[in-house]
Design a protein around this ligand. Sequence first.
Ligand code: PLP
Length: 426
Amino acid sequence: MNPEVISRVGAKWSQVTGIGELMEDLGHALTVDPEMRMLGGGNPALVPEFMQAAQQRMAAMLREPEAMASLLGNYDPPRGHPRFVSAFAALLRSIYHADFEPENVAVTAGSQCATFFLINLFAGRGRGRKRHKILLPLCPEYLGYADQGLEEDIFVACRPKVEWPAGAGGHVFKYHVNLDAVRERLGQGDIAAMLVSRPTNPSGNVISEDELLSLSDLALRHDIPLILDQAYGVPFPAIVHVPVKPIYAPHFILLFSLSKIGLPGTRTGIVAGPASVTSAVASMTAVAGLANPSLGQHLVLPWLEDGSILEMGPRWLQPFYNARRLKAREWLEEAFKRAHVPWAIHADEGAFFHWLWLPELSTTSREFCRRLKAHKVLTVPGEYFFYGLEEDWPHRHQCLRINYSGPEKVVREAIHIIAREAARCH
Ligand code: PLP
């Protein structure tokens, strides 16, 4: 390609991005490199009970010729299939006891696509000369947002407070939102929206109800939306290991996904919030892709209509991931004890990652993960998750994310290799 004819956006997106590299590695490991121990990516596990339910539902769909014809042969409206959108609005009414109508809902091709639309709806040059930014109240935050801006430099992030919960043996830390820092950054007047994942990818942190309500209050005072990414959270798939209540206010934009319940291949995300926002999202879908994939919407429709989608997390997913989480913790203890290396993990409150902190790592996390890859262990370097910070922070080079949802033998072996390699880089 002649670089002279490439746009700025084209140049930005055609280079290797963090998320691009991660998805490339993930796809490679899951298809052509079975030797690789895959602790990278955000692929959910194939939870047997869920897979069985999904297969039964697919079999039932195949026996409905009219539904199949509509599923395969028609474009849906850009907002989503009307029956899905209505059922979703009804489900939200029952959960949040708030006035959700179909015009408050819009489907997207995965929630990754939803954040792409929303980030660019709010961030960048506005009508005046001001450049609007997105504030991440708690950094580290999901790396998938990092490269989504059409314009450069659209994120600012606040460094959290780090605490060591009592009784956790000195190997567990927890991030808390630094509300003073958030308040101060909002005061600069260039923030168009706040964005937070709950549980947070990568740390597995669940920001507390108090923290969320304080952020809500600040957003309201500054007349900006609070985008709440619930890809792993309540009300579904509810992969949370602490009690979490679904919370909503009219200035929230809620993001949902069918991926972590077990259907990432269907590419289905859902945005719920003010009608002006969901209409903008539907328009963007029409421009970018005409309509959304319809398989996921059809597949889960009866589960929305009878509410059973809300039971799958507590009944099948959480117990599965909880068992993995505890086992992975045991293996970390065992491996690092043997390696004699200081280590800690973030309080594992939700999602399916351990966020490992090696405070005495003698190299960067990127380099460390490169070394692990040479030993056939795939993890994600911490640096990717610390974008938007206005100052450097050594901590950003000392963490890595481990997805513990893979086969037990693989996760255990990989953890031992990580500890052994940490001893060499100590
Ligand atoms: N949000 C968070 C916090 C995630 O971890 C992910 C995927 O890992 C996504 C959004 C995107 O998910 P999807 O596009 O599959 O719905």
